[in-house]
Ligand binder design. Sequence first.
Ligand code: AMP
Ligand code: MN
Ligand code: MN
Ligand code: MN
Length: 278
Amino acid sequence: MSTRYDLHAHSTASDGTLSPAELMQHAHAAGVQVMALTDHDTLEGIPEAAATAESLGLGFVPGVEISVTWNGGTVHVVGLGVDPGHEEILQGLAGMRDFRNWRAQEIGNRLAKAGIAGMFERALALSNGRLVSRTHFARALVEAGYADSVRAVFKNYLVNGKPGFVPGQWAELATAVAWISGAGGQAVIAHPARYKMTRSKLRKLMGEFVDAGGVGLEVVSGSHSRDESFAMAAHARDLGLLASAGSDYHGPENPWVELGRLPELPAGCEPIWRDWAA
Ligand code: AMP
Ligand code: MN
Ligand code: MN
Ligand code: MN
């Protein structure tokens, strides 16, 4: 186990349940030494997280997790070390949040047609006027008694073929990588073993990612089994990608994922923090 680096986590600026400050306090208390904030499609939590981390003496990495449409599906690209004031990424992410707002209304309309009314308003209220995600819909449906877990809502309402599904129209892979690189960050493919892709599709994704300037692969993830981490470590070695590690923490409601409680990188990986200043 290692608690040193945790390079993937969410706050209330996207679909986490702890504020950016609370997330940093929690990371510090858990023994993390370097913590990233990687909210979905927004940099808005970064100033608060950075200030809190500094006051605690906790290492902080300003990050983001960008939604990407690739080959008809959604993949996530984490950016680490991005400048939160960089104009191009800020504008790009603002456009993605416009799509999220439109999609939220559309999800609400589709659920209403299926007999489940009022969910747009409830999801919006749960997002506190910040970024709205399917996670907020999932929490709203659980609160309204339509399912007994967030996981069950996704399965029965929010994925392809279900009443509240709206296809993503996210950033292109090369665009997301360019935003991250342009803002001085390192682009990393998030939780690569989570995508329902064949090995050859996954390698195609990784190849295009490298061609676009991507440098890292999330080898260790809160959502990877140990075998999946070893498989991803082999891809990283083959392609010369740096290895990242992150919990993908969303809050204490998911007790099976804890901040910083991650296995070590498999042998032979080059850590993405290799060249970071101490
Ligand atoms: P969105 O970016 O708004 O489409 O929402 C994606 C988010 O929903 C992911 O980052 C996860 O936090 C969450 N999510 C996706 N699939 C599931 C699932 N099957 N169970 C629980 N949460 C999920
Ligand atoms: Mn999420
Ligand atoms: Mn993700
Ligand atoms: Mn995530």
